[in-house]
Design a protein around this ligand. Structure first.
Ligand code: NAP
Length: 259
């Protein structure tokens, strides 16, 4: 399917691995030129080379921590005017509701709420001037259905979701389309780390922890970064112009609701 975005330019944050990489690859497959980012340069350069070789698009890399002001400045300098922004960063650590102090909340808010907001504020005005833009924020199913051990994530992502709900409608008439994409359980390093934590807590093997988690999903499996990335690419396509301020849940039907 031609998504109608060939030749556009995208900044995809936190994208050397996992869901961010899935989004970068699907956009590249649609002909989008990329700026990709991660803290570690080895995996970042390997991913960039793979994407150039496979899809023939241009890929620039920025090795930095997207959650810092310095990292954001580096990214914005290289990215310049982009048509598409995919916001992503690592998720906060798990724990108990009694564990977290003010500094833990500030760090989670910085990473998963204030960083995407800063990049939206920096890049959306140029999209509005040019009359076309797409922003996808990778959040989490936790905004619909909380994971009890991920209280920092539940809190910070809820804040971003509230911000996007209002501002996406303020900019929609200028041709800028902003939505959130909510992963459920996707096979990445992040979910492997959470399975390891659950196995240690329950005294079972990692396989048993993963099998127990997957047994409660209607698909009985984890999603893939490829499935996630292609959904993101559609949300960045010409055909997503009437999709405003939505929270698209990709969780294999695990969140049990009729609507
Ligand atoms: P992942 O497999 O751990 O990949 C994370 C990617 O982001 C890597 O490329 C990593 O590279 C980069 N990264 C992490 N922190 C960064 C930072 N501060 N600055 C720049 N790059 C950074 O994670 P994932 O599973 O793709 O998850 C992506 C997001 O979705 C996370 O916020 C996660 O909490 C959320 N999520 C995931 C799932 C799931 O099932 N996978 C479910 C719900 C929510 P470096 O380490 O080299 O920086």
């Amino acid at each position: 399917m031609d998504l109608g975005i060939k030749g556009k330019r995208a900044l995809v944050c936190a994208s050397s691995k996992g869901l961010g990489r899935g989004c970068a690859e699907a956009l590249a497959e649609a002909g989008v030129n990329l700026v990709i980012n991660a803290r570690g340069s080895e995996a970042l350069e390997a991913t960039a080379q793979h994407i150039r070789n496979t899809y023939g698009v241009s890929v620039e890399t920025v090795a930095c921590d997207v959650t810092t002001q310095d990292g954001q400045a580096q990214l914005l300098e290289v990215a310049g005017q982009v048509d598409i922004l995919v916001n992503n960063a690592g998720g906060p650590p798990p724990g108990m509701w009694t564990d977290w102090e003010r500094d833990d909340f500030i760090a989670a808010l910085d990473a998963n709420m204030l960083t995407p907001i800063a990049l939206i504020k920096a890049l959306v005005p140029c999209m509005m001037e040019r009359g076309w833009g797409r922003v996808v924020n990778i959040t989490s199913r936790s905004v619909k259905s909380p994971l009890d051990v991920l209280g920092l994530s539940n809190s910070a992502r809820a804040g971003l979701t509230g911000y996007v709900a209002g501002m996406s409608r303020q900019v929609a008439s200028s041709g800028v389309v902003i939505n959130n994409l909510l992963p459920g359980s996707h096979a990445t390093d992040r979910i492997a780390a959470l399975d390891k934590g659950a196995s240690e807590k329950k005294g079972v093997s990692v396989d048993e922890a993963r099998n127990a988690r997957q047994a409660s999903n209607p698909t009985r499996r984890d999603g893939t970064a490829e499935e996630f990335g292609h959904t993101c690419a559609f949300m960045c396509s010409q055909y997503a112009g009437y999709m405003i301020g939505q929270n698209v849940l990709l969780d294999g039907g695990e969140f049990n609701s009729t609507l």
